[in-house]
Design a binder for this molecule. Structure first.
Ligand SMILES: [Zn+2]
Length: 152
């Protein structure tokens, strides 16, 4: 096991979390009630970030609103990098930015009145889009722009 796998094992043990499914892509999910996660094997920084993020969801429990739950899971994940002495590479920062921009877009599209302070810095990764429905009814929405997250 490399240092990321060892740290991942330690997180599972410390927080009494089990792995339900091993994912072979860089996505994850947390089953809060079961204290279980689906995540990639944490062999390198990005997979460790996703893995620790999902453990963070279990540790933090359900938080309202949803964007805050996402933000806190990322804060937990980044804190684990610091704690184990791992540096946070650009691909992890980009992933976090995109993920939080996505959470912000969802919140705004659900008519959240204003951008909360904690998410204000992610607004620049959003692009306005117009949804056109069958009867030509149109709606202005926000879209998290992956291109922006990787370039700004
Ligand atoms: Zn999450």
């Amino acid at each position: 096991m490399n240092k990321y796998e060892l740290a991942g094992q330690q997180l599972l043990k410390e927080h009494v979390v089990s792995v339900k499914t091993i994912r072979h892509n860089m996505s994850g999910i947390a089953y809060i009630d079961d204290r279980a996660i689906s995540a990639p094997v944490p062999r390198r920084p990005l997979s460790f970030a996703v893995f620790a993020h999902e453990v963070g969801h279990i540790v933090n429990g359900r938080i309202s609103p949803r964007w805050r739950e996402e933000l806190m899971a990322w804060q937990f994940s980044i804190a684990q990098f610091k704690r184990f002495g791992f540096s946070v590479p650009k691909e992890v920062k980009t992933r976090m930015k995109y993920s939080l921009a996505f959470a912000l877009a969802k919140a705004l599209n659900r008519r959240m009145a204003k951008v909360p302070k904690g998410l204000r810095i992610y607004k620049k990764y959003l692009s306005p889009v117009t949804y056109i429905y069958g009867d030509d009814h149109r709606e202005q929405k926000w879209h998290a722009d992956y291109w922006k997250a990787t370039h700004i």
